[in-house]
Design a binder for this molecule. Structure first.
Ligand SMILES: C[S@@+](CC[C@H](N)C(=O)[O-])C[C@H]1O[C@@H](n2cnc3c(N)ncnc32)[C@H](O)[C@@H]1O
Length: 223
């Protein structure tokens, strides 16, 4: 399967550094305000939570700070990401970070036991989303939440300008990386995501665009 790295010509280390650098902006006040309003009220006080494609483990760390009694799992196919997460001082004994390819391996958790599966900027790189979405459904508790946060299509000109203005890339870099990554990041429209989630058996309770580039969906398994 082509990965984000192979599609973008980005090394694991470069992607890792970018994820770390942009984390505070991506998971800033607006994100947590949305989370507190539309996700937190659906979670028990001691939730079991997974960050699927967790990258450097910073969102897992953030969740643990908010839910110290939670059981947390972060899975990522890239060993360097998991190695970074394991070095974070604030991930505790109730946190498991493991190298895991969600396209080839079932999640090592019992069915119906997970209260939150978060997936951020990962599903768009996966060639065949159905088996992955089915696996997420399998592990979720009946009222468990699948929190999808992923790229949405925008016009090429806006996308290139966004790389320059929001990501701080130089004109040359935004063109070089932008033309290569546009087909990857412009894969799904908001309607495509809605259709995909519905077909995979998820009901959307809330959605928002905290940044013009990404859409967030709060969903639970239907029926
Ligand atoms: C753009 S990064 C996002 C990381 C993190 N979710 C965040 O928002 O900071 C995409 C991540 O998905 C991981 N990934 C890609 N394909 C995967 C797969 N098949 N199984 C598990 N992780 C995968 C990559 O290694 C990478 O860390």
């Amino acid at each position: 399967m082509p990965t984000h790295q192979s599609l973008s010509g980005t090394s694991d280390d470069d992607l890792l550094q970018r994820m770390v650098k942009t984390h505070p902006e991506r998971y800033g006040d607006a994100y947590w305000k949305f989370f507190d309003a539309h996700v937190a009220p659906r979670l028990p006080s001691r939730p079991t939570m997974i960050d699927l494609g967790c990258g450097p483990g910073l969102f897992v760390r953030d969740l643990l700070q908010r839910y110290p009694a939670a059981t947390l799992y972060g899975y990522d196919v890239t060993p360097a990401m998991i190695a970074h997460g394991r070095k974070l001082p604030s991930t505790g004994a109730n946190t498991t970070l493991a190298v895991h390819d969600v396209t080839t391996q079932p999640l090592p958790l019992a069915s119906g036991t997970v209260h939150l599966v978060a997936m951020s900027a990962v599903l768009h790189v996966i060639d065949e989303p159905w088996p992955v979405l089915a696996e997420i459904r399998r592990v979720l508790a009946p009222a468990g939440i699948f929190l999808l946060n992923d790229w949405v299509r925008q016009p090429l000109a806006s996308y290139l300008a966004w790389r320059r203005d929001a990501m701080g890339e130089s004109e040359a870099e935004s063109q070089r990386r932008g033309f290569r990554l546009f087909p990857v990041h412009a894969k799904y429209t908001p309607d495509d995501w809605r259709w995909l989630l519905g077909k995979a058996g998820f009901v959307i309770h809330r959605e928002t665009e905290l940044r013009a580039s990404h859409r967030v969906f709060v969903t639970t398994p239907s029926g």
